[in-house]
Design a protein around this ligand. Structure first.
Ligand code: NAP
Length: 545
């Protein structure tokens, strides 16, 4: 770098090389990697402590549906050796303890600022850095801005009238308070039957006085089969971490479960049914991600398995009318996120549990004492809103990002995000969207996906530093090509036809009624390969300044 340039750089030097927004699973690992490089970095976290998703979601029943031992960070053998997961699918308190353990072990906390909500971020085109405005009035600057703000961190519930009128206790599941809420003997309503609602309902059915579930659309749920990890299994897991992570690297979803590549209709019926019985009786996502590949790609194959699993539901729910309400009719198995459950369907066999189909009797409003449907008034002590999220782009929309030429990110992404590799978006130099839309981590076992993204971003930071560059952004052409590729990957899967947050037809959010290409469905190995190719080809598709 020439002398004059260096002086100019010093003159406009930002306060930090890097600001990371978010101290969850992704932000923690990114901080660790940047500190290793000796970069000046600070983490801004809206919550009161570390953990992100696992800090906020404290609702009863919150737990992994990834095998615990595939969810931990893979970067430190010492960490892997010293941490004992107590269950095959750990609960939220344990995961939060784990993340705190990581933060303390690697002395990351001094580099984090809590209760720090980012209000706006503006790229200063002249100085080539970001100006970050916090809700508390402070302003910070950094050369690079890395978002680790989560893909399911913008909860939605305001679409029901009268929410503020309720005089009892009510929460969105994301905002469940840290101090225990007494549910014993209480009249409780749960609105929403996605992965979250299913966990809350299963966990609380036998603890509350009365439970009323308000369901709009049922999902295809499958048993989790959680169990404690005994000493023998613990030793086996620790001795095979290399193989476990290698297995996760090979599967599209970064789980230990990968698709069976046999064609469903080429497998004799008896063998097929035996395989499905085995999957249904096995722990975790195997029933979804370890099934015949064409179950998720071909309508006839999907219909076969859908019929199998519909009968499972009918076999578990005693009242045939209730059972039929719990069998989805608008989408096939696996085309929306499959909620993993523990005795979920059995909850509806209990006398104290009632299922209200709000297609028959829509919720009209929340009242001071409960809920009013078109059918009747209900009284409740507690209302639980398990009503989901403004997924993936919602967390970005809640920050006022302004790019190099005064463009608003919210406006740019209004009809759906456009990115290059899910890592950057044109017109917003030096903004790296870790775990952002169209990236690999959004559709994978999250820590496996974010390790790829973070490692890649860390190499990019090194590259910028080594070449003396002050900015990086993708070309519009590269962005267009990637966004087109993301769309093509959607077209391969039946999930593109179902309405869910995967496809942007997000019924939790008003106005999200068109397809939005939010996630990368090409699989983690393909994504990883593309990231590596781009880096090896001198970051083709990016321009450096
Ligand atoms: P979700 O899957 O989007 O489910 C939201 C539920 O609320 C749906 O049943 C929806 O009905 C209903 N709903 C929304 N607005 C409503 C309204 N105004 N009136 C009535 N019902 C309404 O959200 P989620 O259950 O929180 O799950 C989101 C994602 O979080 C999951 O897909 C998963 O990726 C993740 N998650 C993971 C775990 C885990 O790892 N263990 C656990 C929980 C969640 P419709 O279906 O008709 O829209």
């Amino acid at each position: 770098m020439a002398e004059g340039e260096r002086r100019m750089d010093e003159h406009v030097a930002p306060q930090h090389d890097v600001i990371i927004v978010g101290a969850g699973v992704c932000g923690i690992y990114q901080l660790y990697r940047l500190l290793e490089l000796g970069v000046d970095v600070t983490v801004l976290e809206a919550g009161g402590d570390v953990g992100g998703t696992w800090y906020w979601n404290r609702y009863p029943g919150a737990r992994f549906d990834s095998e615990s031992y595939t969810y931990g960070y893979s970067f430190s053998k010492e960490l892997l050796d010293e941490w004992d997961w107590s269950e095959h699918f750990a609960g939220q308190p344990e995961t939060l303890r784990y993340l705190n353990h990581v933060v303390d072990k690697f002395d990351l906390r001094p580099h984090m600022q809590f209760d720090c909500k980012v209000r706006a971020a503006t790229f200063d085109n002249e100085a080539r850095y970001w100006r970050v405005a916090l809700e508390d009035g402070r302003a910070l600057t950094s050369r690079l801005l890395l978002t680790a703000i989560g893909m399911l961190s913008a909860p939605t519930m305001r679409t029901i009238e009268g929410v503020d009128d309720f005089e009892g206790v009510s929460f969105h599941t994301y905002n469940w308070p840290a101090e225990p809420i007494e549910l014993e003997g209480k009249k409780v309503a749960v609105i929403g039957t996605g992965a979250t609602g299913v966990q809350v309902i299963s966990e609380s059915a036998d603890k509350v006085g009365e439970l009323t579930v308000f369901q709009r659309r049922p999902n295809w749920c499958a048993p989790l089969h959680n169990s404690p990890i005994d000493d023998e299994a613990q030793a086996r897991i620790k001795a095979s971490y290399d193989q476990i992570f290698e297995r996760c690297r090979q599967t599209p979803g970064g789980f230990i479960h990968g698709p069976d590549r046999r064609k469903l209709f080429e497998v004799p019926e008896e063998e097929r049914l035996a395989f499905w019985e085995e999957l249904y009786a096995s722990p975790g996502f195997g029933v979804w991600l370890g099934n015949f590949r064409d179950v998720l790609m071909d309508e006839d194959a999907n219909a076969e398995f859908t019929s199998f699993i519909a009968d499972k539901i009918r076999g578990r729910v005693h009242d045939p009318v209730v059972a039929e309400k719990l069998v989805p009719k608008d989408h096939g198995f696996g085309t929306r996120r499959v909620p993993m459950e523990t005795r979920y369907y059995e909850a509806y066999n209990r006398d104290n549990v009632d299922l209200v189909d709000i297609n028959e009797t829509p919720i009209e409003r929340v009242t001071p004492t409960g809920l009013r449907t078109s059918g009747r008034d209900y009284e409740f002590d507690v209302i639980v809103y398990a009503t989901g999220f403004d997924a993936v782009t919602g967390a970005f929309d809640r920050i006022e990002f302004t790019g190099a030429n005064g463009a608003s990110l919210r406006d740019k992404w209004r009809d759906g995000p456009a990115t290059y590799l899910g890592m950057q978006t044109a017109g917003f130099p030096n903004l790296i969207t870790l775990a952002g839309p169209q990236g690999g981590s959004v559709s994978t076992n999250f820590p496996r996906g974010i390790e790829d993204a973070v490692d890649w971003a860390t190499e990019l930071v090194t590259y910028l530093h080594d070449h003396g560059y002050r900015s990086v952004e993708p070309t519009p052409e590269a962005e267009e090509e990637w966004t087109e590729h993301v769309k093509e990957m959607y077209a391969l899967l039946l999930l593109s036809k179902a309405k869910s947050w995967f496809t942007g037809y997000n019924s939790n959010v008003e106005g999200h009624d068109k397809p939005r290409y939010l996630i990368y469905n090409g699989g983690a190995p393909r994504y990883r390969k593309r990231l590596a190719e781009v880096a090896a080809n001198d970051y083709e598709g990016f321009v450096f300044g």
